[in-house]
Design a binder for this molecule. Structure first.
Ligand code: BG6
Length: 469
């Protein structure tokens, strides 16, 4: 739809950006922190591990001052479960509580709204040892951890996100480093784990409403529209399949407390049906999010795949459109350019995604990730001219405004990432931040913070409330 007059961003719009604990904090074993699955997996060859990352743990004051200088209204970060409960459950680590109290208080000192992700890929290794998400006791451990977070930070944190990108952990855990490589029959087991994670999320949402009636809680999946490769009805059906498996499984459960019909028939066909214990569906039905948070980087395009062959692919190509026999196959999209890392750039796809989510669930939305991973260059004069990032973000913000004019309720935009950090599987050379962190994969240098050109650009975007792009 072409609009002659665009709606303004509301004055309360939450402009900010995001990070996650294990990619940003470093200090992986300091002040009582226990190891997470990320810390115990073998590092990838040729790229940095997460032991130091951007050392935000020791630079948080300086980092938050930079966010404040950009005029941030909100900042989304995750709490490392293993800083709070080093073994995932049991003994509480007061130094972990202290650290996040300091971060939250520092944010509030500048009037920045903290948005907390409770779990961003870093399951405590001690829980993984006991079966991780295959073990129903992990559901209880997550609920107990959530209770501790609400008790300690709920007086100041209003926005809570349960689990970051549960759908990517299920669909693409090997790239993220969250998949247990010893799983015998990964897909079947993963959907059982998925069921347990959905229950953990539901319990945390129920608890949040009970303990913090004024707080707002949401799931945080990675959602992107799925296009059919052609108008051929078989391709359209394949897109429907992938949409259900990739997106709606997670949001239908979070919002309506039921399994998506198409996904359930896919489970039955493939033998992935999870075991559902008595009472599970009641818990799932009783939980309700207040809004939908989602991460968007790219769209996916798929075609029909009625043959019996599996298609293999990588996260670099449209993130996960790899294909599955009889269900869908990943396809290219000649209309879209790609980033230096092969991800397709599709700003209009964000508008489609916003419209579709709003149509399905009628809940306010917050974008909790969106951004461009690139090899930035620190010039000799100390500048970083990331015009390509500005271009990417500008086009996506324009689409947010169009979608809001279409009628969707969007109340926040937190791209990835506030400051440079270590990517999920491509090291520090793949950068996303508004602030450059001066380190290489293996040479940590001084970890100096340097404002990129996008820093100044985003500052103007925020001060003009999105009217100067
Ligand atoms: C999302 C994750 O999948 O995408 C982040 O929530 C991640 O943790 C981001 O860093 C970008 O992906 P990558 O692989 O380029 O780091």
């Amino acid at each position: 739809m072409k609009h002659n007059q665009l709606k303004e961003f509301p004055p309360t719009f939450l402009w900010g950006a995001s990070t996650s604990a294990y990619q940003f904090e470093g200090a992986w074993n300091e002040d009582g922190k226990g190891p997470s699955v990320i810390d115990t997996r073998s590092p990838r060859e040729g790229i940095s591990d997460y032991t130091v990352a951007s050392n935000h743990y020791h630079h948080y004051r300086e980092d938050i001052a930079l966010l404040a200088e950009m005029g941030f209204k909100a900042y989304r970060f995750s709490i490392a479960w293993t800083r709070i409960y080093p073994q995932g459950t049991g003994q509480l680590n007061s130094q972990g509580i202290r650290f996040y109290n300091d971060v939250i208080n520092e944010l509030l000192r500048y009037g920045i709204e903290p948005i907390v992700t409770m779990y961003h890929f870093d399951l405590p290794a001690a829980l993984e040892k006991q079966g991780g998400w295959s073990n129903r006791r992990t559901i209880d451990a997550f609920e107990a951890y959530a209770k501790t977070l609400f008790e300690n930070f709920g007086d100041r944190v209003k926005y809570w996100l349960t689990i970051n990108e549960q759908n990517m952990m299920i669909l693409h855990g090997s790239a993220l480093g969250t998949l247990d490589p010893s799983l015998q029959d990964p897909k079947k087991e993963l959907y059982q784990q998925n069921h347990h994670m959905l229950l953990a999320q539901a319990k945390a949402m129920i608890l949040c409403k009970k303990m913090l009636p004024h707080a707002k809680v949401a799931p945080a999946p990675n959602i992107s529209c799925v296009y059919p490769a052609s108008p051929c009805p078989d391709d359209v059906l394949a897109a429907d399949n992938f949409n259900a498996i990739r997106n709606w499984l997670y949001l239908d459960m979070a919002v309506y407390g039921r399994y998506n019909t198409l996904v359930w028939s896919y489970f039955e066909e493939k033998g992935y049906t999870p075991k559902i214990a008595e009472g599970d569906m009641d818990i799932l039905a009783a939980a309700q999010p207040d809004f939908i948070a989602f991460n968007y980087y790219s769209s996916a395009t798929v075609k029909s795949n009625l043959r019996d062959t599996e298609e293999k692919g990588g996260m670099g190509d449209q993130q996960i459109a790899v294909g599955e026999a009889g269900v869908y196959a990943g396809s290219g999209n000649e209309y879209l350019e790609r980033t230096a890392f092969g991800w397709r750039i599709d700003p209009a796809g964000l508008r489609v995604t916003l419209r579709t989510i709003y149509d399905r669930y009628q809940l306010p939305m917050m974008i909790t990730e969106n951004g461009l991973g690139a090899h930035d260059t620190l010039e000799e004069d100390g500048t970083v001219n990331d015009h390509y990032r500005i271009d990417y973000l500008r086009k996506h913000i324009e689409q947010c405004r169009l979608a809001m004019t279409d009628g969707v309720e969007l109340f926040g935009y937190c791209p990835w990432s506030a400051v440079d950090l270590v990517s999920t599987h491509q090291g520090v050379s793949k950068r996303y931040g508004f602030v450059y962190v001066d380190r290489d994969e293996f040479n940590l240098k001084q970890l100096r913070r340097i404002r990129k050109n996008s820093f100044y650009w985003y500052k103007d975007v925020i001060s003009s409330n999105g009217s100067v792009l």
